[in-house]
Design a protein around this ligand. Sequence first.
Ligand SMILES: *[C@@H]1O[C@H](CO)[C@@H](O)[C@H](O)[C@H]1NC(C)=O
Ligand SMILES: *[C@@H]1O[C@H](CO)[C@@H](O)[C@H](O)[C@H]1NC(C)=O
Ligand SMILES: *[C@@H]1O[C@H](CO)[C@@H](O)[C@H](O)[C@H]1NC(C)=O
Ligand SMILES: *[C@@H]1O[C@H](CO)[C@@H](O)[C@H](O)[C@H]1NC(C)=O
Ligand SMILES: *[C@@H]1O[C@H](CO)[C@@H](O)[C@H](O)[C@H]1NC(C)=O
Ligand SMILES: *[C@@H]1O[C@H](CO)[C@@H](O)[C@H](O)[C@H]1NC(C)=O
Ligand SMILES: *[C@@H]1O[C@H](CO)[C@@H](O)[C@H](O)[C@H]1NC(C)=O
Length: 183
Amino acid sequence: MKGTWILSWILIVFLSTVAVQSQYYSNSRPYDPKPEKVTNLHFFFHEYVGGQNPTSVLLAQANITSNNSTVPFGTLYVVDDPLRTGPEPDSEEIGNAQGLLVVAGINSTAVVTYLDFEFTTGEFNGSSLSVFSRNPIIWAERELSVVGGKGKFRMAKGFALINPYFMNATAAIHVFNVTVIHY
Ligand SMILES: *[C@@H]1O[C@H](CO)[C@@H](O)[C@H](O)[C@H]1NC(C)=O
Ligand SMILES: *[C@@H]1O[C@H](CO)[C@@H](O)[C@H](O)[C@H]1NC(C)=O
Ligand SMILES: *[C@@H]1O[C@H](CO)[C@@H](O)[C@H](O)[C@H]1NC(C)=O
Ligand SMILES: *[C@@H]1O[C@H](CO)[C@@H](O)[C@H](O)[C@H]1NC(C)=O
Ligand SMILES: *[C@@H]1O[C@H](CO)[C@@H](O)[C@H](O)[C@H]1NC(C)=O
Ligand SMILES: *[C@@H]1O[C@H](CO)[C@@H](O)[C@H](O)[C@H]1NC(C)=O
Ligand SMILES: *[C@@H]1O[C@H](CO)[C@@H](O)[C@H](O)[C@H]1NC(C)=O
């Protein structure tokens, strides 16, 4: 008799635990934000198309007849571009930007960027920024939005100001000045 009672209690406790665990969300509670910091990042974004070691390659292209542009609408590139402290190809590499560039302007040369900037040295080694924006590549100064981040850049928000530094048929180097607000 006593044994049955104990068994029943074990069963009740077990079932109520299962009921709590089977809920896929926690109780909502007031959000208690940590004090935010602002960090400025300054680096050079190196992109090489073609050649021996391209860092940007054509992945897919729509078959459209009005294809007179060198970067026609409906073109998708995958990139793994090094980030360096200077414009020289042998300056210190501090990270890389991986992701997609989509030529998404029908009558303009707008490129939509979907990039993850990961840093591999210093204070932010292993941390990354998620950058997503339309990028009208004909403007001199451009701006991309920082929509999130990982590691030391958790909950990041901010913006990147970009200026072209050097360009030829196979290489493009841009200066990035990023303002990041993060934990
Ligand atoms: C590309 O489009 C043209 C014109 O519409 C068509 O003749 C051709 O077969 C298409 N090519 C492919 C690979 O789909
Ligand atoms: C579009 O034009 C580019 C540059 O001339 C060329 O490399 C590419 O093959 C063309 N794409 C299509 C689908 O015709
Ligand atoms: C593409 O170039 C051809 C020849 O120069 C021209 O006739 C045509 O209108 C152009 N197409 C577009 C969409 O600009
Ligand atoms: C692109 O330009 C053509 C010709 O000027 C126009 O008919 C068309 O509506 C434009 N498309 C967009 C998405 O702006
Ligand atoms: C960056 O972090 C990785 C992984 O923790 C480590 O292997 C590497 O040595 C670090 N690099 C620098 C320059 O601190
Ligand atoms: C473009 O510049 C890069 C870096 O200076 C150089 O290595 C490459 O040979 C140049 N390409 C052309 C086509 O001039
Ligand atoms: C980077 O941008 C910030 C904010 O827009 C500005 O205050 C700063 O002077 C810029 N730094 C460089 C090196 O351009």
